[in-house]
Design a protein around this ligand. Structure first.
Ligand code: DON
Length: 464
């Protein structure tokens, strides 16, 4: 027993709650799928640290079917970019079943890459590369998302290849409108193979976690796709992943998700968790009944609904004050008076745009009316993304132009390398190892040239 078993307990509880649901039917239009065990029910969750939790038949293998679609969409996006892919397949919810003839009037372009029509086109967009046919690339991409080598269930592949006339008909129809770049039979064959790739609920949770983690597999640490592409895939999953119940799913569960007719279902909580379920009994839209209920309950229980403002950070700014109240402040009257004019701001955690705005606001609020220098202590900052840096640099540049200088306590270079800071802020920001040192230097500068052994570095040209 260990503390983190509490997470497994939560999954076990949900498993027990929904294991008795026997509604729904196995898909039988791919005959081999009826050989699955309708009693199988697995749940899995993978965190952004790659911690994995599961309950029930989370290691039972099944075929990905439509769960493969977002990952192949990601691969096509890597090859052609969003504009390149969008020439062939749209990104609008079709409001129709997964196997509908949802083609844009006029162009014949499928509505999105999650319905069969769009997925067949998407698969056809993945080019063969030197020495590796398209399906090899698809299988290796799916495997990298899952963090282990996946394989094809040849029986399920053969079963769908033998019966999949509707998909072949769709491919011919799309080809007739000019929206399929390759031979329809070849495109559908590769698509059937990708649908027959075998995985478990744990694999699905890792795959979802990889999208949630911005394209990096949190278990293997491998970057599978660029973060911008992970975001694009999640966006299409959010609006189209659950076909004609996508709107209701987003409303109630609030997560990008994808279902498959063998009973697999995954959902991604961006920057939080990858979730997955497996249970072969399906509702009318081709979604696992127990999976839907369990993931909805998990999202509710873990507070994952996207619209619930999960990103509001705790506190970014931990201190806004003046240097005279720092414990190190000298007791002399003059020294204290000087330090009263020195602002001090300390920040912590990971800085994004929202957090950077808080830091800049605190800089404005800090210090005295006569706008003396300010110490910005970033020692407790764990990182800053590029948007945060642009905003911080611009803010520090504005301060300098208004005559207010900043001294940073930034031994970890959270503000970026000195060259970049110089280029963006138009100055060599004085950097110090401690808050006390920085405050002392600011006070000396205020005291005037006679008392200040070191001058501020001169502003350089540039700086926005
Ligand atoms: O193309 C098909 O019909 C299947 N290989 C996949 C469909 C599917 O999984 C629909 N999702 N719920």
């Amino acid at each position: 027993m260990s503390a983190s078993e509490a997470v497994t307990d939560a999954l076990r509880e949900l498993h027990a709650r929904f294991a008795d649901v026997h509604e729904g039917r196995q898909a039988d239009y791919i005959p081999e799928l009826t050989r699955s065990d309708p009693g199988d029910f697995g749940l899995a969750l993978v965190s952004m640290d790659g911690h994995s939790y599961s309950a029930g038949a989370a290691d039972a293998p099944f075929t990905l079917q439509s769960v493969s679609k977002p990952f192949v969409y990601a691969l096509a996006l890597v090859s052609l970019g969003l504009d390149g892919v969008s020439r062939w397949v749209g990104a609008e919810p079709s409001g129709e079943a997964f196997n509908a003839i949802s083609l844009e009037p006029g162009t014949g372009r499928p509505a999105n890459a999650m319905v069969n029509a769009g997925a067949i086109v998407t698969t056809a967009l993945v080019p063969d590369s030197r020495g590796e046919p398209a399906f090899g690339r698809i299988l290796s991409c799916l495997s990298r998302f899952a963090g282990r080598k996946l394989d094809v269930d040849e029986d399920v592949y053969g079963s769908e290849a033998a019966t999949g006339d509707r998909n072949r008909a769709l491919a011919y129809l799309i080809r007739s409108t000019g929206s399929l770049p390759v031979d329809p039979v070849q495109a559908v064959d590769t698509y059937f193979r990708q649908c027959a790739v075998r995985a478990t609920a744990v694999d699905l949770a890792v795959m979802a976690a990889t999208l949630a983690y911005g394209g990096v597999n949190p278990v293997t640490g491998e970057r599978v796709v660029p973060s911008g592409i992970a975001a694009q895939v999640l966006a299409v999953m959010a609006t189209c992943g659950m076909y004609d119940s996508s709107g209701d799913w987003l409303l109630r569960v609030g997560l990008p998700a994808k279902s498959g007719v063998s009973g697999g279902l995954l959902a991604a909580g961006p920057a939080r968790f990858g979730l997955a379920a497996y249970s072969p009994l399906l509702d009318a839209s081709g979604t696992s009944v127990r999976g839907r209920a369990a993931l909805a309950a998990l999202s509710e229980r873990l507070g994952l609904h996207l619209m619930k403002n999960p990103a509001l950070p705790g506190s970014t700014v931990t201190l806004v004050t003046t240097a005279d109240v720092l414990p190190s402040a000298p007791s002399g009257r003059l020294a204290r008076a000087l330090r009263e004019r020195v602002g001090v701001v300390a920040a912590q955690g990971a800085l994004d745009f929202t957090a950077a705005e808080r830091v800049l606001y605190a800089l404005d609020e800090s210090g005295s009316e006569d706008a003396g220098p300010v110490v910005l202590d970033l020692r407790e900052v764990t990182g800053a993304d590029s948007d945060a840096l642009v905003l911080l640099h611009a803010g520090l540049s504005r301060l300098a132009r208004e005559g207010r200088r900043a001294a940073v306590v930034d031994p970890g270079d959270r503000l970026g390398p000195p060259d970049l800071v110089r280029e963006r802020t138009g100055q060599d920001l004085p950097r110090f190892g401690s808050r006390e040192e920085a405050a002392e230097q600011c006070a000396r500068v205020l005291a005037g040239p006679g008392r200040a052994p070191t001058r501020w570095p001169r502003p350089t040209r540039g700086g926005r």
